[in-house]
Design a binder for this molecule. Structure first.
Ligand SMILES: Cc1cc2nc3c(=O)[nH]c(=O)nc-3n(C[C@H](O)[C@H](O)[C@H](O)COP(=O)(O)O)c2cc1C
Length: 169
């Protein structure tokens, strides 16, 4: 699929077929996150692909109430390995970098014919423990992935004029 078509037609998928995601595709997704940009090219991240049923079930509990997306056969935990590092603006580098990698993942799944959903709210202490993160490393985002079993309508967006500003608010 053309890059701009991916950007324009991507959509969150929350219902998946049981079909497992092939190992080559999982590796390709990790490799695409690997080349994402990061502040000062620090690359302080780890990408954990979860496919084992026992681990999936634990993550589903950590994401309780996040809805049907959690039945996915593949769940990625995107981790920041220097979680407490702030940039000069006072923003958390790990969160920013992990979010960029997560965006790469979300777009790449769509480009590959897979579906995914970004899970932003979860019990982060629990997820970090389930994954077995070492000290200083935390799960920042979770993404469910699988073959789509739904074709949802696109969600509405603000208009260009509502979001575009030149020079001053
Ligand atoms: C940071 C972030 C957190 C999100 N958290 C959740 C979530 O916890 N559960 C969920 O079902 N969708 C979640 N989403 C998906 C959004 O609801 C979705 O992207 C938005 O409604 C726009 O729909 P679309 O992705 O289909 O265009 C999240 C998306 C982002 C970017």
């Amino acid at each position: 699929m053309e890059f701009f078509d991916v950007l324009r037609s991507r959509i969150s998928i929350r219902k998946y077929k049981d079909t497992p995601v092939e190992q080559e595709k999982i590796d390709e997704l990790i490799d695409l996150m690997r080349i994402a940009p990061s502040a000062r090219n620090r690359q302080e991240w780890k990408f954990v692909a979860v496919t084992e049923e026992e681990q999936l079930n634990k993550l589903r509990i950590a994401c309780e109430s996040r809805g049907p997306a959690m039945t996915a056969p593949l769940i990625f935990c995107i981790c920041a390995t220097e979680y407490n590092s702030m940039n000069d603006s006072g923003y958390n580098r790990g969160t920013i970098d992990a979010s960029i990698a997560t965006t790469y993942l979300h777009l790449a799944t769509y480009g590959m014919g897979l579906g995914s959903c970004w899970i932003g709210s979860f019990d982060s202490d629990m997820a970090t423990e389930i994954i077995g993160c070492p000290e200083g490393t935390r799960v920042i985002t979770i993404v469910t992935v699988g073959y789509p079993d739904e074709t949802p309508n696109p969600r509405p967006r603000k208009t260009f004029d509502e979001v575009a500003v030149y020079n001053h608010f």
